[in-house]
Ligand binder design. Structure first.
Ligand SMILES: C[S@@+](CC[C@H](N)C(=O)[O-])C[C@H]1O[C@@H](n2cnc3c(N)ncnc32)[C@H](O)[C@@H]1O
Length: 230
């Protein structure tokens, strides 16, 4: 799943992974269970492989600093345009950087998106990162790239950084990814050396996922983990 594959998907509007609604686990763990509103701007949340995810908008509107990385320029432009956000442009190392411009009455922290390759991000960008929200990012990658992804996360994140990780698992022989099946054993194999791994909840969601039923699945388990960088 090299970058060209994803750029083609965006160019051809094959973006069935995009969810118009805000991820319910994000809302629960960072809204209801999150810190009080006035303490949130001390936290900076990284959204890897972010697409045009509305979750970034929710994080900003709920007081968190947020930045994403996304390889597709079309996805990044769509994020700002569809949300009516003006943005300024800069460059940082190998990435084009898009930064939302504040409206007069808006106290939400700015949203930044690094457009380019996740694997080319430099550690200095992560100095004040406290949290990561990974929905449809790890599971977008095939097995060999998932290993590189978890290693890169360990390289970039400082001790204490929390990751809310949402995975899917299913019988891989029933369907080709993406999304790829990532089991609990896989999560431990990928992360346990550098992160503590806590399973928070899981649910079989196949009855809500007609698209996945049509692709041949009879079970699809969504699992949420909290990882903490050791
Ligand atoms: C399955 S989508 C998920 C998007 C987003 N997390 C969401 O919940 O809607 C995976 C995204 O990762 C992007 N992507 C894939 N490989 C990447 C890479 N190496 N660097 C940056 N973005 C990448 C793709 O363009 C795509 O938008």
């Amino acid at each position: 799943m090299e970058i060209d594959f994803w750029i083609d998907r965006w160019e051809n509007d094959q973006t069935g992974f995009h969810q118009p609604q805000i991820n319910p686990y994000l809302v629960y763990f960072y809204g209801e269970k999150g810190p009080p509103l006035e303490q949130r701007d001390r936290l900076r949340v990284f959204v890897p492989l972010c697409g045009k995810s509305s979750d970034m908008l929710w994080l900003s509107q709920n007081g968190y600093k947020v930045f994403g990385v996304e390889c597709s320029e079309r996805a990044v432009r769509a994020f700002f345009e569809e949300n009516g956000l003006a943005c300024k442009h800069a460059t940082k190392d190998d990435h084009a950087l898009y930064i939302s411009e504040k409206q007069a009455a808006d106290s939400s922290p700015a949203i930044e998106i690094y457009q380019g390759d996740f694997f080319a991000l430099q550690a200095d960008v992560f100095d004040d990162v406290s949290d990561v929200f990974d929905r449809a990012s790890l599971i977008a990658l095939p097995e060999d790239m998932r290993k590189q992804y978890a290693e890169k996360m360990a390289e970039l994140l400082k001790p204490g950084t929390r990751v809310l990780l949402v995975t899917l698992s299913y019988e891989q022989s029933q369907m080709d990814g993406p999304p790829f099946s990532v089991s609990e054993e896989d999560v431990h194999a990928l992360y346990a050396e550098n992160f503590s791994v806590q399973k928070l909840c899981f649910k079989d969601i196949i009855d809500d996922e007609q698209r996945m039923k049509d692709r041949g699945l009879n079970s699809l388990v969504e699992t949420v983990y909290k990882l903490t960088r050791k």
